[in-house]
Design a protein around this ligand. Structure first.
Ligand code: NDP
Length: 482
């Protein structure tokens, strides 16, 4: 069968007209959009076209100081004293406004980040709204969340987020912080600031007391200034393990609390009794969702030896049907790599894989002439010690190995510095229970992958970080409990 030309779909582009993007964005401090003390701006681009979209303010130390001061004042004067049911109304209002402007958020997320519009529309934006709804629900019920205990907020939370799920990560961070009575200084990633700045517009419109949420833009130095600020009580960080370690060193010996959501190298395991078509679908989703820019991506596939040939054939066939291209097209499955730097990193790993002696297979799709794109890729003939099996590539690249017994695959799956997530595909409940107790990862999906819900806690073991976000557990990260 020839899969690549089987489906010639007519273009179905989403219109840009439902979203307004200003030519320049300022810093959101104390309820107002203010010019940066640095007087500097940088350009943010569309990674699918390499065109400039807007100019973004670059915060310096003075801007971070202003934002932290605003957050401190708002904390002392209003937010920590406000009854939970009042805080809930604000968070609920933010959730409703994100829903009302969902289409605009989806378009901006796709234009700025490169992810397919179908994913922004059906996953990022609704899940972000859900997080605000969910934590709005907790704000007036903290006495039930911590029965017979008294929970008090920590103060000012410094929150630093990455570029793979910009709006969703902002929601993961801001919603539980506000629900528990903390105020916030949030920095989006340098390459994807736009939806966080749109969220700032909503926060202003929702009439949140000034200073409760401050959103400041800039690069790594701005993040470091937040981390090192003496008046910040808690750091919530999602990003690379390397920066996570820098943050851990920076706050050592201080009273700052931290949650670190870092990298991953998830094992996705297919047993020979699994429904193979569903498993292959799960593997495709596990590694190619959001171009593989997912900390919990199923990037290491383990297939039981007896079904390896069958699974490999099905995977290759399915890869040929994936449409790679314009992220604004509703037919697109795989959009643009987020930045030139990230594409260079992925290409570096493709070379390393070949040098290590692995066999590379890429789908035969055509890539657009402009923008940052990468073909869906898989490697076979890989060893457990290879760098492509050990290191986080953060792109659409899958390594495949085989196994014979449960014990063997558990040992192989756990042989990684990371421990964020894993997946198991089997018909047997007993096997699922055996593996979920022995796999050293914060999340284990069974017969599914990449499923998220605000009610479920998410977080890692080992070099994938510590602390949990989401669910009841996510509240603990923002309170002192007596
Ligand atoms: P980073 O960890 O550098 O970026 C995450 C956030 O931290 C960004 O907002 C970044 O700002 C900020 N930051 C950078 N340096 C510092 C610092 N010293 N102190 C405080 N904050 C800082 O990830 P990258 O964007 O550079 O990506 C590099 C690699 O990290 C990827 O290839 C991927 O492997 C991994 N990664 C993993 C993620 C995950 O969720 N597990 C998410 C993103 C990346 P800015 O972007 O403005 O520089």
């Amino acid at each position: 069968m020839k899969f690549d030309s089987a489906r010639e779909l007519a273009p179905a582009p989403e219109s840009k007209s439902a979203a307004t993007i200003k030519p320049q964005y300022e810093l959101f401090i104390n309820g107002k959009f203010e010019k940066p003390a640095s007087k500097k701006y940088y350009h943010t681009i569309n990674p699918a076209t390499e065109e400039r979209i807007s100019s973004i303010a670059e915060s310096n130390q003075a801007d971070v100081d202003r934002a932290v001061k605003a957050a401190r004042q708002a904390y002392e004067k209003t937010w920590k004293k406000m009854p939970g049911k009042e805080r809930a109304k604000y968070i609920f209002r933010i959730a409703r406004m994100v829903q009302e402007r969902a289409r605009e958020f989806s378009i901006v997320e796709t234009l700025n980040g490169g992810k397919p519009i179908r994913e922004s529309r059906d996953f990022d934006v609704p899940t972000a709204a859900n997080h605000f709804f969910y934590y709005a629900g907790w704000a007036d019920k903290l006495e039930y969340a911590f029965p017979n205990r008294q929970a008090s907020p920590l103060g000012v939370a410094g929150q630093i987020i990455p570029w793979n799920f910009p709006l969703l990560m902002a929601a993961w961070k801001i919603a539980p912080a506000l629900a528990t009575g903390n105020t916030v200084v949030l920095k989006p990633a340098e390459t994807t600031p736009l939806t966080a700045l749109k969220l700032a517009e909503i926060i202003q419109e929702a009439d949140l007391p000034p200073g409760v949420v401050n959103i400041i833009t800039g690069a790594g130095a701005t993040g470091a200034a937040i981390v090192n600020h003496p008046d910040v009580n808690k750091i919530a960080f999602t990003g690379s393990t390397d920066v996570g370690k820098i943050i851990q060193r920076a706050i050592a010996g201080t009273s700052k609390k931290a949650t670190l959501e870092l990298g991953g190298k998830a094992a996705n395991i297919i047993f020979d009794d699994a429904p193979l078509d569903q498993a292959v679908e799960g593997v495709i989703n596990g590694i190619f969702f959001n171009q593989g820019h997912v900390c919990c991506a199923g990037s290491r596939l383990y297939v039981q030896e007896s079904v390896f040939d069958q699974v490999l054939r099905k995977l290759k066939d399915r890869m040929e049907t994936l449409i790679v291209g314009d992220p604004m097209d509703k037919n697109t499955d795989i959009g643009a790599i987020n930045s030139k730097a990230q594409l260079d990193t992925i290409n570096k790993y493709l070379k390393i894989g070949l040098q290590e002696g692995a066999d590379m297979y890429q789908s035969s799709c055509k890539l657009p002439g402009k923008g940052f794109f990468c073909r869906p890729t898989l490697f076979t003939n890989v060893a457990q010690s290879n760098r492509i099996t050990q290191e986080e590539i953060f792109g659409p690249v899958l390594t495949i190995q085989t196994f014979r017994t449960d014990d063997e695959v558990i040992a192989k799956a756990n042989n990684t510095p990371y421990g964020l997530s894993s997946g198991v595909w089997t018909d047997k409940g007993s096997k699922i229970f055996n593996l979920t107790t022995k796999l050293r990862s914060g999340v284990v999906w069974a017969n599914t992958f990449n499923k998220f819900d605000p009610v479920s806690p998410f977080g890692g073991y080992k070099e994938s970080g510590y602390g949990r976000e989401g669910g009841l557990h996510g509240l603990y990260a923002y309170v002192n409990v007596k």
